[in-house]
Design a binder for this molecule. Structure first.
Ligand SMILES: C[S@@+](CC[C@H](N)C(=O)[O-])C[C@H]1O[C@@H](n2cnc3c(N)ncnc32)[C@H](O)[C@@H]1O
Length: 344
């Protein structure tokens, strides 16, 4: 039985049937996760008879649940005889981890429900004609009040684990020589604090808008770091050059927020601030089919927010701009969020 991932649906009509049944499909997956069926199905293959006995489930009912999973392309079935119990199943690789990430307690999708998407729901023709938008009271971009800034930076920090995983996977390569790092647009300093804590030879500063200074101070305190290990440089990268004195400048989920010419200008500013041999690190949600799917909520939501021009770009776009702005030896380091490393 082959276990490789499959397309969600083979035809547009099949996809539309599945989408219409989205709430029921999520119910099927949550039940499968809660019952522990995914733990058994992913190593698989396992027969329906074994699954039903192990989990004390009614075989004829379990068969129908597995039909639902099969129609979603999430399990494969072999039916050696017509007896239900003999049907053998195997989940596609990664299903359990995906179900945990998307439906489990730390689900980003569930967190997104608190945003006012229903302001647009059912109104897309008016939204697209420019007659209706997200009310600023429901979502303001860029964040303006201290409360909005703190809420936004906290939600960014909550999404850092896969980024930290990538940084950790390449720790030897990135930080064995220590040095001074500037995390440009570095949020509330959570990434910088992890880097400083995990690598005693590093000094890390956050460059961010002055309004974020108290947030970085709080992070510094939470991690028990001194200002010598985790510093703050207040500034506006749209209006002033980036500060010098660093070996590495990081742009983590920053460049995608801007039009291409602004993102390019930021890389030029980085080049001008770095010494020869200095490094730039770009960590982004590069545009891939999976990332676009993970971004579906924001593609929908931001139709009503013209002030946000954030967009996913292919990794090749950034590699080309790095080349055009004079960076050398760019390479893509793999991980849950790929990291581009390039040298001045
Ligand atoms: C999408 S967030 C990314 C935060 C963080 N790097 C992360 O990945 O969690 C963009 C960051 O850029 C900062 N930023 C936005 N405009 C800026 C500006 N003009 N100058 C400096 N920082 C800015 C924001 O305050 C925020 O921290």
């Amino acid at each position: 039985m082959k276990g490789e991932a499959t397309a969600l649906a083979s035809t547009p009509r099949a996809l539309l049937h599945l989408l219409y049944n989205g709430a029921r499909a999520v119910d099927v997956l949550e039940a499968s996760l809660d019952l522990g069926l995914l733990d058994a199905l992913e190593p698989g293959p396992v027969t329906l008879g074994e699954l039903a006995t192990r989990h004390r489930l009614v075989p004829v009912r379990l068969y129908k649940l597995l039909d639902c999973l099969e129609s979603l392309g999430l399990v494969r079935r072999e039916q050696p005889t017509d007896a239900l119990e003999s049907a053998r199943y195997q989940a596609v690789p990664g299903l359990r981890a995906a179900a945990q990430a998307v439906l489990g307690p730390q689900s980003l999708e569930k967190d997104r429900e608190r945003y006012a998407w229903h302001e647009l729901h059912g109104q897309l023709p008016q939204v697209l004609r420019g007659e209706r938008s997200m009310p600023p009271a429901a979502f303001d971009w860029p964040p303006r009040t201290a409360e909005q800034v703190a809420g936004f930076e906290a939600s960014m920090a909550a999404g850092l684990p896969p980024i930290l995983e990538t940084f950790r996977a390449h720790r030897g390569r990135l930080w064995e020589r220590g040095g001074r790092v500037l995390d440009v647009g570095g949020g509330d300093g959570t990434l910088a604090a992890h880097l400083a804590s995990e690598h005693p030879g590093l000094h890390v500063d956050v460059f961010n808008l002055p309004a974020t200074e108290p947030l970085v101070a709080r992070t510094r305190e939470r991690f028990g770091l001194s200002p010598e290990r985790l510093g703050f440089q207040g500034g506006d990268f749209l209006r002033e050059p980036l500060p010098g004195g660093y070996d590495t400048l990081c742009f983590v989920r920053v460049l995608h927020d801007w039009p291409a010419d602004t993102a390019r200008a930021l890389l030029v500013a980085a080049r001008d601030a770095l010494p020869p041999g200095g490094r730039v690190l770009i960590c982004e949600e590069f545009r891939t089919p999976e990332r676009l799917a993970a971004q579906f909520f924001w593609s929908y939501f931001l139709m009503g927010v013209d002030t946000c021009v954030s967009r996913l770009r292919e990794v090749e776009h950034y590699l080309r701009v790095l080349d055009e702005t004079g960076f050398k030896d760019a390479e893509v380091l793999p991980g849950p969020f790929e990291l581009i490393l390039a040298h001045r």
